[in-house]
Design a protein around this ligand. Structure first.
Ligand code: GUN
Length: 285
């Protein structure tokens, strides 16, 4: 039997907790926490994310700010906006939606965000703090994954964990979080040999590569906790498309112990964790 992890329900619970924390914050500080999102260009998927982030922010009782810049904006103008948000006392969290246009140096933009307002956890200071075991603003997607893993498995000390993908946004911070919980962590990536053999050992599997159904159901270790971060848009043949994960979901059902669906698993948790990070950043300031 496979337990399907309801990310939507878990996220609703976390959002309610954050909203309660926001009410307390307002009572004590006399203002609501503020999250400002910066969107450069017209990427439709990014626009959808930004809209749902704005809605969730307001629903949690926080102040949602949004800056939309044209794809032709210069790097200097974007850096100047980030500097202004860093200096704005009403802004507790800054999120610059990625990807940025190619003429802009993403690393430079991320490193310009005040680490105390870096609710994405992408600043090298926060990445370094996470890697060294210090308190940090942690990237939202792996935070949400860890919550779901621990709720499924309890203590993960000594468990075999496999993270597929080595991005700064998911793979590396996910591995750091699992390591901090004393799991035995392997990171697989596009150059890994015999991925199936690694998957077969994993009691915890986090797939974050962006390749539809890369992980076959029969590779999965029976009883494993499978977290699918993939959000791949695939054509359905009737001129439409649907979202699907990095794991062959149907093949994994009945074999995995737990699995997150796509959509409705990791995605809702990511936004809830962003709200939690914004409250944390606001409290720390
Ligand atoms: N683009 C895709 N995922 C993310 C994310 O978590 N944060 C930001 N800033 N941009 C993204």
């Amino acid at each position: 039997m496979t337990v399907i992890i309801d990310g939507k329900a878990r996220a609703a619970q976390l959002r309610a907790d954050v909203a309660a924390g926001v009410s307390e914050f307002v009572a004590v500080r006399g203002r609501a926490p503020g999250l400002t999102v910066v969107l450069v260009g017209e990427d439709p998927a990014s626009a959808v994310y930004v809209r749902s982030k704005g809605k969730a922010t307001t629903e949690a009782g926080m102040v949602s700010g949004e800056h939309r810049l044209p794809a032709t904006v210069s790097e200097a103008e974007l850096l100047a906006l980030v500097a202004a948000l860093n200096a704005d006392p009403a802004v507790d969290g800054i999120l610059v939606q990625l990807p940025l246009p190619r003429h802009i140096d993403t690393d430079r933009v991320l490193a310009t965000i005040d680490p105390a307002k870096d609710v994405d956890g992408f600043h090298p200071i926060n990445a370094g703090r996470l890697a060294t075991g210090l308190d940090a603003l942690v990237p939202c997607t792996p935070s949400g994954c860890l919550m779901m893993i621990e709720e499924a498995l309890g203590d993960i000390t000594g468990k075999e964990a496999l993270v597929i993908g080595r991005s700064n946004i998911v793979g590396k911070p996910m591995a750091a979080l699992l390591l901090a919980r004393s799991a035995t962590v392997t990171i697989a990536h596009s150059r890994t040999r015999d991925l199936a053999a690694h998957v077969a050992r994993a009691e915890i599997l986090v797939a974050a590569v962006g390749v539809a159904h890369l992980v076959k159901g029969e590779w999965i270790r029976p009883g494993a906790c499978v977290i699918d971060v993939g959000m791949n848009r695939v054509a359905t043949g009737d001129g439409k498309s649907r979202l699907t994960g990095d794991v062959d979901y149907d093949g994994a059902l009945g074999r995995a112990g737990w699995i997150t669906p796509v959509p409705g698993g990791v995605g809702p948790m990511t936004i809830a964790c962003l709200l939690a990070n914004t409250l944390k950043a606001a409290k720390a300031r």
